[in-house]
Design a protein around this ligand. Structure first.
Ligand code: HEM
Length: 241
């Protein structure tokens, strides 16, 4: 399967082998400083001066660190893809393009052109890309979790993971450059006791309402619903035709 990269921009620090470790420390340090800030804000300490002093010192530092070219360079350098997402051949780091803030490298120019063409034609891009899919999935699960017909299926489900996987699944199904890392549809739903067509229709209804609320055009909603319907036999674990 084609490998998709995360962040891209290469900087001077590409060549330093230990830079990844230092970058990690930077990230950890930044997170720690931000955590300290949160604790300070939440503390009902009578020592108001100490609290204010802490905020004055920590806020600028914690914001400066991730903004530094060093930290960004480190994060970026770690991840330019080495396999062309189109041909599966080794990627040439000088043939690249950027899509949704991610730089992708290709084996040859023709692959780069195909990638761009595919993106342009994709339902993913027509819907509004990552931001739109993320928003839709968030709203979709808000509806699902209050829908008495189906909410019980999600009682013991880690919803953060569920939202993340659903975003990936739909993005990939709509032609976005996002790999799906979850289970296949049959395995994912195999243990949902009593799951039947009524439940499937309820999920589909929530998806359609979500897209309507987000003012997606009728034509695109039709395309999304066709893709959703194509998963029905697998979700309901019906025998393969
Ligand atoms: C359009 C149809 C559907 C799609 C595209 C879909 C997609 C997904 C995806 C991507 C996952 C994550 C798999 C993983 O964690 O690796 C998942 C899990 C799940 N789905 Fe669906 N699903 C559909 C229909 C349904 C229906 C009809 C129900 C029940 C009403 C349902 C309930 C669940 C539950 C409870 C899980 C979590 C299972 C677990 O963590 O063990 N899904 N689904």
């Amino acid at each position: 399967m084609a490998e998709f990269p995360r962040r891209n921009r290469r900087r001077w620090c590409d060549i330093l082998p230990l830079v990844g470790i230092s970058g990690l420390s930077f990230t950890v340090l930044t997170r720690f400083l931000k955590w300290c800030l949160v604790v300070l804000f939440q503390t009902q300490s009578p020592m108001k001066n100490i609290k204010s002093l802490g905020i004055i010192i920590l806020l600028p530092i914690s914001n400066l660190l991730p903004a530094s070219g060093y930290a960004q360079g480190v994060a970026a350098a770690a991840a330019l893809n080495t396999t062309c997402p189109i041909s599966g051949k080794p990627a040439n780091p000088s043939i690249t393009t950027e899509y949704e803030g991610v730089r992708y490298a290709f084996a040859e120019e023709a692959c780069r052109q195909k990638f761009l063409k595919d993106r342009e034609a994709s339902l993913y891009q027509k819907l509004g890309g990552k931001a739109a899919i993320d928003a839709a999935v968030e709203l979709f699960y808000t509806k699902v979790l209050v829908d008495n017909r189906i909410k019980h299926f999600f009682d013991d489900v880690n919803m953060n993971k569920q939202r993340r996987r659903q975003k990936e699944f739909l993005s990939a199904a709509f032609g976005g450059p996002v790999p799906y890392t979850g289970k296949d549809m049959r395995k994912a739903h195999a243990n949902l006791s009593g799951l039947n067509e009524t439940h499937f229709n309820a999920v589909a209804e929530n998806l359609q309402k979500t897209l309507e609320e987000l003012k997606i055009s009728k034509e695109l909603i039709g395309q999304v619903m066709t893709i959703a319907a194509s998963t029905k036999d697998d979700v309901l674990n019906k025998p393969k035709k």
